[in-house]
Design a protein around this ligand. Structure first.
Ligand code: NAP
Ligand code: GDD
Length: 327
């Protein structure tokens, strides 16, 4: 019989790709949806599998412990992927308490629900490179051993989740692994994250639908990979014989300025004519540079990315050109 997986955040960028990946592998997939007043907005990322008999959706929320216990008792999963979060770093400064409740305490609710309903299930926790803050090892990379020193409410909440997962792993002998993932993108990325904001606005400018792209910090650098490569990594992490922590990254980083130059170059647009900066997109404390060393993922699990930064950004630009051309 095939395995059963439970995904929080199933309608998010990663959750939607992961659900497709697991169904393709023969899993039965359960997921929770946080109630939204516009029902159509809840499932558009999982439209391709919405009617698959192996997909089961129910309402649930990370800050509602009872909803987690009920669904876990019903589905009795072999594997749990905790991807739900208030995941936007800038917004975590506007809503720090809500972010701590969902992205921090929400994980603890899930761990307690698992202890009550299905303690043998394997758990993947979506940890983040944002947890490192501005700590960089002497060779310029962040890795599993780099000290955690977050610079945002979101990063602080993720550190709590990361640490409580290690604590439950050691205290209760539970199979819990943390994937410390660096930034990963796709056409399904929320369009208020910088890669998709740039791809979308550049396409609109090219088609005469917009005149301006307004950004914040152009000097920050990020290690950007593709979400499809990273959900495959999540699954590989849970197939490993022991629970552990793994950094997942490409090892190549670019500045926001480079991202803009690259995307505008693809569309033959003049950056100086269309791009402006505005302090309203800056964060009270900035995370300057991220570049990950994923040697452990490569050697222990045999993972390697299939997309490059260039092929990923081209896919995103093509998506938006197509979207606005058909509109
Ligand atoms: P995303 O697109 O923002 O998806 C987040 C998901 O969480 C959405 O399905 C959202 O539902 C759901 N959610 C939010 N609050 C919830 C709550 N209280 N209860 C239940 N569900 C809730 O994020 P992503 O890019 O897929 O990232 C997945 C996970 O990896 C997140 O935990 C993120 O912090 C982490 N991470 C992401 C990256 C990255 O670069 N993408 C890197 C490192 C770590 P609604 O859409 O209905 O609100
Ligand atoms: N969002 C946004 N909007 N970012 C901008 C803008 C803008 O207009 N202008 C410049 N930036 C810069 C940000 O200051 C940051 O340095 C960089 O672009 C990337 O910002 P985001 O795309 O918002 O991602 P993030 O790095 O803050 O957070 C993402 O990656 C984390 C992993 O490191 C999120 O996916 C987090 O959930 C994830 O944990």
């Amino acid at each position: 019989m095939g395995k059963t997986a439970f995904i929080t955040g199933i309608n998010g960028q990663d959750g939607s790709y992961l659900a497709e990946f697991l169904i393709e592998k023969g899993y039965t997939v359960w997921g929770i949806l946080k109630r939204n007043s516009v029902a159509e907005n809840q499932t558009y990322r999982i439209d391709s599998i919405r009617n698959n008999p192996n997909l089961h959706l129910s309402y649930g929320d990370l800050i509602d412990l009872a909803s987690l216990v009920h669904v876990l008792q019903k589905c009795q999963p072999d594997e749990i992927y905790n991807l739900a979060a208030q995941s936007h770093v800038r917004i975590s400064f506007d809503q720090p308490i809500y972010t701590a409740q969902v992205t921090g305490i929400g994980t603890l609710n899930l761990l307690e629900a698992v202890r009550l309903a299905c303690p043998k299930a394997r758990i993947y926790q979506a940890s983040s490179s944002e947890m490192f803050g501005n700590n960089i090892d002497a060779d310029g990379y962040q890795r599993e051993t780099t000290a955690l020193s977050p610079v945002s409410p979101y990063g602080c909440a993720k550190v709590f989740s990361h640490n409580i997962c290690c604590n439950y792993r050691n205290s209760y002998n539970m199979f819990i692994s943390n994937g410390i993932l660096f930034n990963h993108e796709s056409p399904r990325r929320g369009s208020n994250f910088v890669t998709n904001k740039v791809a979308k606005e550049a396409a609109k400018i090219k088609l005469g639908l917009s005149q301006k792209l307004v950004l914040g910090n152009m000097e920050a650098t990020r290690d950007w990979g593709h979400a499809k490569d990273y959900v495959r990594a999540m699954w590989m992490i849970l197939q490993h014989d022991t629970p552990d922590d793994f950094v997942c990254a490409t090892g190549i980083s670019h500045s926001v300025q480079y991202l803009v130059d690259y995307v505008f170059g693809l569309l033959d647009l003049d950056v100086n004519q269309y791009v402006e900066t505005d302090p309203r997109y800056l964060r009270p404390e900035e995370l300057r540079d991220l570049k990950g060393d994923c040697t452990k993922m490569k050697t222990a699990l045999g993972w390697k990315p299939e997309y490059t930064f260039e092929s990923m950004m081209k896919e995103m630009v093509d998506y938006w050109m197509d979207f606005y051309t058909k509109k």
